[in-house]
Design a protein around this ligand. Sequence first.
Ligand code: COA
Length: 697
Amino acid sequence: MSEIRHVSTEPPAGGPVRLERHGRVALLLIDNPPVNATSREVRAGLLERFETLARDAGCDLVVLAGAGRNFVAGADIREFGKPLAEPQSPDVIRAIEAAPQPVIAAIHGAALGGGLELALGCDLRLATSDATFGLPEIGLGFIPGNGGTQRLPRLAGLPAAIDLVTSGRRVGAGEALRLGLVDRVVEGDVVAAALALAADAAVVKRRVRDLPVPPATAEAITAAEAAARRKLATMPWIDEALRVVGLARTLPIDAALAEERAVFQRLRVSEPAFALRHLFFAERTAGKVDGLDAAPRPIERTAVIGGGLMGGGIAYVMLTAGLTVRLVERDAASLTGALQRLEALFDRAVARGRSSVAERQRCSASLSSTVDLDAVAEADLVIEAVVEDLEVKRAVFAALGKIARPGAILASNTSYLDLEALAEASGRPADFCGVHFFSPAHVQRLVEVVRTADTADDVLATGLALARRLGKVAVVARAAPGFIGNALFSDYRQACEFLVEDGAAPEEVDAALEAFGFAMGPFRVFDLAGLDIAWRARQAQGGRAPGLRYSTLADRLCEAGRFGQKTGAGWYRYPDGGRRPAPDPEVAALIARTAAANGIVRRPIAADEIVSRALAAMLNRAALLLEEGIALRPGDIDVVLVNGYGFPRQKGGAVFWASRQDRRAIEAAVDAHCRKMDKSFRRGDIGSLLQAVAAAG
Ligand code: COA
C-alpha cells in the first residue's frame, strides 16, 4: 500500500492538520495516527485552516490529503457515545464548499465513513489504485451524518447510493471511478499529481451539492431497496437509511442534510449502535495479548493434515490468502474426495463472482497433495484436522514431531480434545498451539488461537498473525475443556435442556431465543451440527460430573440413533429427508417420561424466562472463564458468541447485553441458574464481569 510521509504514533506538535505551501497551492495534510480519524482536534484544525485560506489571495488551489497509510478512515468512533464536541464535521464540509479555491481530495488507502464524506465535500477527487471507499456506518448501527446520503446519489446515482449506504460495502478505486465517486485514478504519488493540477485551468469549483441527482429507472431503485430490505430483520435501522437516501430525490439538499443529521444523531446513541461499537473495538482487541512482543515466525509453506470438511475449508482459506498448502490424507480414496470438495469450493467462489479464474489457477498452483506424512518436512506450519479422536491425533503429532523441520509450528484444529496431551505427544510443546476454526472454515470468521502452558510466545504470535492474514477474527484462549466457545456453548446447551425438562418444548425454546435475535434456536443448531459430536465429547470427558444436575435427554436421543438432521431425526423430525424441522411427538413423550422419572413437575415457561435462563448460563460461564484466565477479556467472550454462535450482533454479545440490563435481575438469574445446577456448582463473579465491560466501554 502506498504511504505518505512518516507518521509518528503521536499527533504532531503543530496539531493534526499540517499546512504546507507549494507556491500558490496549499497542501493540508491530516496527520492523526493511527488512521486519521476526524477527531475534534482534526475538525478544529481543518476549520481553522480553511478559514485562514479563505482570506488568502495568494492561494489558488487547496489539496487535502492524509499522512500515513490512509486518507481518513472515518469519524473517531470513540466520540460517538457522548455529545459530539464542536466543531462538527458538517461545519468543516461547509467551509470546504465555501472556500474560494477549488479543493482537491488526494486519496490513498482508506476513505471510509466521515473520510469519504469529507472527500465528497471537495471539488475533485484523485485516488491511488489501492484506495478503498465505503460508508460502513450501517454496520455500526447508524447512518452517515455528514452528507454521504445526499452527495453520493448526486455522483453515483440513487441505486448505487442505496447499495453503498445500506450494505456498508467497501469498493476499490476501479469501481469508485466507474461509479463516479472519484474523478481520476493515478499511479504513484497522488499528492504530487494533485499539486500538479495547479496549472490546469480546467480545475474549477464543482460542488457535489450543486449537481442534479442523475436519472435512474424505477426498477433499478426498487431492486436496490429490495436488496437492502432483506437485512431488515437484523438491522431495522436500514429503513431509516432508505428513507433518508430517498430524500435526495424529493427535498432541496439543505433540508435533506438537516434530516440526515437528525437521524444520525438519534441513531448513533441507540442501543444497537452502542453494542456495535463495543464489538468494533472488541474485535480489534481480541487478537492482541498485553505484553506479547514476540515477532511471529515467517509462514509461507503450510500443510494441512486431513481433508475433511474442516481440513478442506482450512486449506481453502490458506490458499486464497496466498499461502502454499500441502494437503495430506491417509489414503488415495480419501485424498481424491478431499480434492474434489476443495475443487467444489473454488467452483462455487468463481461462479458467485467471489473469485476469478486467474485467482483459482494461482491457488491450484500453490496446492499439492499427498498420502505421505513425510512430505510435510519442509512446512513452516502444519495444521492437523483429522477426526476428533485423541488417540488418532496423538499419533499424528508423535509422527509430526519427528518429521517437521526444526522451528515448524505444529497446530491442532481440535474443538475440545486435550491440547496439553497433544503438545506432549509432539515432543515439541513449545512449537505447539491450537488453531480452532469454526465450521465451515471458509465461511465462519472466528478462530480461537489456543495456548498451552508451554506454547512459546512467538508461536502464539504466529497463530494470531495467521488468523489475521486469513481475514479471520482471532480470540486468544488458554487450553481448557471447550476453550472459550464450546465451554460457553456447553453451559448454554445444558440450560436449554433443563428448560425442556422443566416444561418448555424444544420449539418454544428455539422460538424464544430466535425472537431475542439468535440466528437459529439452540435445538435447531444441535440438530444441524449433529448430536453425536457433543455426545462423543461428553463421553471423552467422562460423562456426567458427580453431583451436578445432568439432563440425559440428548444421550437418549443419540442412543436411539437420532443424531439430528443428517439422520432425519434429532430434537425434531425432518419429514422426507428435508431440512424443515417438525416437532416430534416421540421427543415430547421422551421429555415427559424423563422429567417424571426425575421427579420434575413440568410447567409452562414464558419466553422471558427462557431467554433469561439461557443467557444466565452463558454469563456465569463467561465470568468463570475470565476468573480462570481461559479468556483474557469480557469483550473476547462477546466476539466469540457473535462470530461463532449466532448471538445477535446488534445486542453486542452476552456480556455487553447484560451490562445494559438491570444488574440485580442479572445477578438473580445467575443465582437461579447455579441453584438449578447444584449447590456445589461454582458461581462466577458477575459483578466484576459487568464492571470490566463497563470500564472497557
Ligand atoms: N475510530 C477510532 N479508532 C479507529 C477507527 C475509527 N474510525 N478506525 C480504526 N481505529 C483504530 C483501531 O481500533 C485500532 O486501534 P488500536 O491500535 O488501539 O487497536 C487502530 O485504529 C488501527 O486499526 P486497524 O483496524 O487495526 O488497522 P488496519 O491498518 O488493519 O486497518 C482500516 C485500517 C482503516 C482499514 C480499519 O481500521 C478500518 O476499517 N476501520 C474502520 C473504519 C470505519 O468503520 N469508519 C467509519 C466510522 S463512522
